[in-house]
Ligand binder design. Structure first.
Ligand code: KG4
Ligand code: ZN
Length: 372
């Protein structure tokens, strides 16, 4: 086994173009030497959502610059070709995601691997998120992971670098997607999560009654599209009655919606923790969360409470590593490479790529690409 591994990672599966260099001495915590993320928020803003074709082109344009910046910031040298010689392998998100973007990254990584004669490692984007608690905190297997973002929502028991057991997930929208849609319905700016959270701080969560979907079912599946419909109906009723929404209406609707999402996530996390603790018998139970929605203070507090009640540690990596980035891809590449994992130049870009091939397929695909 190579004693020290330095891996360049690339990420381009949604609307962030990213490159990073991560180094790990065996048996030690990995070190992020650089992590560069170029977002595309402004590019997609006029359309109210990510436009896949525009995203793919922007990735193709930005990847080279991100790679050069990541290599330089890592202190490997200002000349990219020379710096590239100092990495041991190139890891790239090979799916799941918006296929044009994934293809841009995979093609770029193949070019770099071929030019520098370095091994190529295809990484599952969800594995990147799921392994982040090991990168940031050295989390030990098995731990429970809740991915909650604009494109993902699932519970995974992470049993090894390439062993994931999916306990459940959304059957329709991802929670971030629901926050974004609801913000649009209330005329609030995108991304919707932070807008709704800010409004909710001034609102009364009890004024409107929102459903708590799927809580009658004793499993780990979730549903968020009904909450969005409920808000739409409540909004239309107020508009019909009063001719428009007041500031207080908007705040109360936001607070009620956010409380419903937090309650559903908390109840299903409690259920997932119970299954994980019973089936995996971990020495130190741990539940970690990743994805943009984990930034929400009410949701975070609700999850922390559930973890406490179950006697489990709660871990939320720093937000820049919770949202899409390439450090998680480089790190997942290190874990895979240490197990002997590597790909040829025939590595395929995959729009769908469930982490757990034994669990049933999810319904539908998110605004930001396939959910699993
Ligand atoms: O992980 P992320 O940056 O990108 C992917 O979806 O892959 O997550 C973005 C999502 C958006 O839908 C955004 O509205 C949501 O995370 N989000 C939040 C908050 N901050 C971001 N949702 C609720 N509360 C927040 N404070
Ligand atoms: Zn992601």
């Amino acid at each position: 086994m190579k004693p020290v591994l330095t891996i360049l990672g690339l990420e381009s599966s949604c609307d962030d173009t990213a490159a990073a260099v991560v180094r790990q001495h065996p048996g030690r915590r990995a070190e992020i030497l650089s992590s560069v993320v170029a977002g595309q928020t402004d590019l997609h803003a006029p359309f109210g959502g990510v436009v896949p074709e525009l995203a793919a082109r922007a990735h193709a344009e930005k990847l080279d610059g991100c790679v050069a910046a990541a290599l330089a910031k890592a202190g490997l040298g200002d000349a990219p070709a020379e710096a590239l010689q100092k990495v041991d392998a190139i890891a790239v998100t090979a799916g799941p995601g918006l296929i044009g973007g994934v293809l841009s990254g995979v093609m770029c990584a193949k070019g770099l691997a071929m030019a520098a004669a370095k091994p190529l490692i295809g990484v599952n984007h969800l594995a990147g998120h799921a392994l982040t608690p090991r990168l940031t905190d050295g989390a030990e297997f098995p731990y429970l992971m809740l991915l909650v973002s604009g494109g993902h929502c699932q519970f995974l028991v992470v049993e090894g670098p390439e062993r994931f057991r999916r306990l459940g997930g959304t059957i329709d929208d991802a929670p971030g997607e629901a926050f974004d849609k609801v913000a649009r319905l209330l005329g609030l700016p995108q991304p919707g999560g932070p807008s709704i959270e800010a409004e909710a701080k001034m609102g009364d969560p009890k004024r409107f009654r929102f459903p708590r979907p799927l809580l009658d079912r004793d499993d780990c599946n979730l549903s968020f599209s009904g909450l969005k419909t409920a808000l739409l109906r409540l909004r239309d009723r107020i508009v019909e009655e009063k001719g428009g929404l007041t500031r207080a209406d908007r705040a109360d609707l936001s607070a009620g919606f956010q409380q419903a999402v937090a309650d559903v996530l908390a109840a299903k996390t409690a259920r997932a923790l119970k299954i994980y603790i019973a089936e995996s018998a971990p020495a130190h139970p741990l539940v970690a969360v990743a994805g943009g929605v984990a930034a929400n203070q009410s949701i975070r507090a609700a999850l922390e409470q559930v973890a406490d009640a179950a006697g489990a540690q709660f871990l939320a990596p720093p937000l820049r590593l919770c949202t899409d980035n390439a450090a998680m891809i480089a790190y997942a590449g290190i874990e895979r490479f240490r197990l002997g994992g590597q790909d040829g130049l025939d590595l395929a870009a995959r729009p769908r790529w469930p982490l757990d091939s034994t669990s049933p397929a999810l319904l539908g695909s998110g605004r930001k690409g396939a959910k699993a």
